[in-house]
Write a protein of this length. Structure first.
Length: 201
């Protein structure tokens, strides 16, 4: 059965996946003349990556999402959080009636996250908790889950490498108007400045 749920967001702030020093060390840059520009390009590279993936890849800090207490994302004691967003760590859950759900009152699937399964698919209230997903007055955004909403809580090395390459590519071609056609499997042809790192595209 297809499941979907509506969620509200409270941002936990922007997190830098890679640092200025990491980029400069990778490129062998020593002077500080372009530090401000490189910092802007690092932020732009991360924003671009998240937009292209259409999801938050890296979540270092907690954020809160508010979830409807009625909908196809709920099935009895199960909440299918994978239809709401990528959740890789849970700090707290508050039911729609304002009562906290403690860690011994629910379980997650998968129970242990791995590289192959980096996010939770669903949260199930344990029968022993005598709880069910509920609300008091309005069901919209009644349930809140605070945690790390993203694919990874710690950025993998492969992601950091991609962002460094993308940042330095933008730094290299900032003054060029030369474009070339790149053929990418499953994406067709795109126009990009000369030298765009195809492995990142």
């Amino acid at each position: 059965m297809a499941r979907s749920g509506r969620a509200g967001f409270v941002s936990g702030g922007d997190i830098m996946v890679i640092t200025l020093n990491e980029v400069k060390t990778y490129k062998g840059l020593e002077d500080a003349d372009d530090d401000a520009l490189l910092t802007v390009l690092i932020e732009a590279a991360q924003d671009w990556f998240n937009r292209e993936c259409k999801r938050t890849v890296f979540a270092e800090t907690d954020t809160t999402r508010y979830i409807d207490a009625i909908g196809e994302h709920l099935d009895g004691l199960d909440m299918y959080v994978s239809q709401i967003g990528d959740l890789c760590a849970i700090s707290s859950i508050t039911n729609g009636d304002g009562v906290a759900v403690s860690t011994n009152e629910y379980t997650t699937y998968p129970k242990v996250l791995t590289v192959e399964e980096p996010v939770f698919n669903r949260i199930r209230l344990l029968p022993s908790s005598n709880k069910y997903w509920t609300y008091t007055t309005d069901y919209e955004n009644a349930i809140s889950i605070t945690g790390k909403w993203g694919l990874f809580a710690t950025a993998p090395a492969s992601l950091k490498q991609m962002l460094k390459r993308l940042t330095l590519y933008a730094y290299k071609v900032k003054d060029t108007d030369a474009f070339e056609t790149i053929v990418i499997p499953d994406a067709g042809m795109i126009q990009a400045p000369t030298g765009f790192p195809v492995d990142v595209a």
